[in-house]
Unconditional design. Structure first.
Length: 318
């Protein structure tokens, strides 16, 4: 794969790998064609803290994390600081836990953070507070943004942006894992390992050209940094393997969107929706909210035709 990607001969690639191995940056295993290479950890640090209102996320970052980011690009470092600060602030303010554990991993290619707490679990807490149908609904609501159990002191923006800043984002809680692969734009919910408390995994390439400022601009209707535009992964509205065929399913998507000037629906991974599902969103909801810009992307040609027809003709469906 290295030979194909970089246009090197096999001999040249092996010479480069030999240098990396002798420098201690790569470990080789196996022989000849079965040989595999693994990037070695340059940093592998663990920290534990007692959760308390006196705990300050910025102090922890600058004392425990920042010293290992000295040779990282400024944009990547900014994303790591933002992501760490938002997750830690959530733990301090909302987890109701006792202990927080942090793991920092760094190799030549990427930086990873794993942040755990032993609290009540974010999905369970949100489901109970907002009287949602189940924990999967709380994941859908988090993906929209502006969701918080404490609106006096918090905006609810943090996890929305954190889930879109890193190459890999995994939030594991209450038996479910909410995942986002940024490079493939794949959102998913799978069975999780964490039944009590919450675990957040964040990973980003050392060479990422993504910036916090640009991502914030992507979700601002005027190209600034005011968060008034959202993009919802429609696939997260599915429970287990169900299809998106009902008005009630559409209702899960369009609830709590009044805070946004623009709403984009991302149909990546959704092969088919019913006429009534589409009608509930693109006719019923749009008529109630005529001043809100409603868009979609990554839909099949058939869905594209259906959505456009409903918007054009205002077809009434039972």
């Amino acid at each position: 794969m290295v030979v194909r990607k970089f246009g090197l001969s096999r001999q040249a690639a092996l010479r480069h790998m030999y240098v990396l191995i002798t420098q201690g940056k790569v470990t080789a295993a196996g022989r000849t064609k079965d040989r595999t290479y693994t990037l070695n950890s340059l940093v592998d640090k663990s920290f534990s803290f007692k959760i308390s209102p006196l705990l300050k996320e910025d102090h922890i970052f600058h004392e425990k994390i920042a010293p290992y980011l000295g040779n990282i690009e400024a944009g990547v470092k900014e994303i790591i600081e933002y992501g760490f600060s938002e997750v830690m602030n959530n733990i301090i303010s909302h987890s109701e836990g006792q202990i927080c554990n942090i793991i920092l991993l760094k190799n030549e290619g990427s930086i990873s953070l794993i942040i755990n707490d032993d609290g009540v679990g974010i999905f369970s807490k949100l489901t109970k507070h907002f009287s949602l149908g189940n924990n999967r609904h709380s994941i859908l609501e988090l993906s929209k943004g502006k969701l918080t159990t404490d609106p006096v002191n918090h905006t609810g923006d943090g996890l929305f942006f954190v889930s879109r800043l890193f190459d890999s984002f995994i939030l594991d809680s209450s038996g479910l894992a909410w995942r986002h692969n940024q490079n493939l734009n794949v959102w998913s919910v799978v069975p999780g390992k964490k039944n009590r408390g919450t675990s957040v995994f964040l990973e980003i390439s050392n060479f990422s050209n993504r910036t916090l400022h640009q991502v914030m601009k992507d979700y601002s209707s005027n190209g600034g940094i005011i968060f008034d535009k959202t993009c919802i992964p429609v696939i997260l509205a599915k429970l287990e393997s169900e299809n998106l065929f009902s008005r009630s399913q559409a209702g899960r998507i369009i609830i709590n969107l009044d805070k946004f000037k623009e709403v984009c629906l991302d149909f990546k991974g959704v092969d088919l929706v019913s006429h009534v599902f589409a009608d509930e969103i693109f006719r019923v909801y749009q008529q109630i909210n005529p001043h809100q810009i409603l868009e979609w992307k990554n839909s099949s040609s058939e869905m594209e035709e259906l959505f456009s027809d409903i918007l054009k003709n205002g077809t009434h469906l039972n």
